[in-house]
Design a protein around this ligand. Structure first.
Ligand SMILES: *Cc1c(COP(=O)(O)O)cnc(C)c1O
Length: 229
């Protein structure tokens, strides 16, 4: 068996375990296969093995792969999005997970309107307050989402976070907990035009902890495709 296929089987087992620990089922957790630096032939193996959501960090890299990969798949933008790339991004992605400012949201809204579509987005939160990372400030996120919710061609579907890297994944747990609190707080606000359904957090190194703390979407790259070269 290809190692990618084996990796996916192992991943699914661990997802199931973590889901059950938090009183959920394997199907409740969506896996985004992160394809940065991965060539289309390898992505195809993951798709044929049943993974249906693919995540890319760069618009340009995604464009070629979207044409090459066959199957019933959707692509999510998970990397930092520059304003001048928005017009391409709204065409090729079914979700943009990295919205972290009103200016970016307004540009997405404008470009989506021109295509006559409503763009699904997640708001990225800089949960570790790291200077090197993108994302909205934790405390400012509710206000930001309220403002974005007034845009007609954007629908906020949830939150995304990339917490600080810690050698021991247990040390990331408090960040995941805080994200879950924010997620619930926003859900309870019942904002119009906002569907707080998706909590996208957890990567290869720490996804089991993220799921235990309430993630329902995880983003896995090296755990599927092997180390990035
Ligand atoms: C690369 C990347 C991932 C996946 O990272 P792995 O550690 O390889 O699983 C997830 N999310 C984002 C935003 C990424 O850039």
């Amino acid at each position: 068996m290809e190692s990618i296929e084996k990796n996916i089987e192992d991943l699914r087992l661990r997802v199931k375990e973590a889901a059950e620990k938090s009183g959920r089922r394997e199907e409740d957790i969506k896996i985004v296969a992160v394809t940065k630096t991965v060539p289309p032939e390898k992505i195809q193996i993951a798709v044929d093995k049943g993974l249906r959501i693919l995540g890319e960090n760069r618009v340009q890299e995604a464009q070629g792969k979207i044409e090459a990969v066959k199957g019933d798949v959707t692509w999510h933008m998970i990397g930092h999005l520059q304003k001048n790339k928005v017009k391409y991004a709204v065409k090729i992605f079914s979700m943009i997970q990295s919205v972290d400012s009103y200016e970016l949201a307004a540009e997405i809204d404008k470009r989506a309107a021109m295509l006559g579509k409503v763009m699904d987005v997640l708001v990225q939160v800089n949960i570790g307050k790291e200077e090197t990372k993108f994302g909205a400030e934790y405390e400012e996120t509710p206000e930001l989402i309220k403002k974005i919710s007034e845009l007609e061609h954007i629908r906020v579907r949830g939150l995304m976070a990339i917490p600080p890297f810690k050698e021991n994944p247990e040390d990331v747990r408090p960040f995941f907990k805080k994200m879950r609190e924010l997620f619930m707080e926003l859900k309870n606000l019942n904002l119009q035009n906002v569907e707080m359904e998706i909590l996208s957090m957890g990567m290869t190194h720490d996804f089991h902890v993220a799921i235990e703390e309430g993630a329902n979407m995880i983003r896995i790259g090296s755990g599927i495709f092997g180390p990035r070269i």
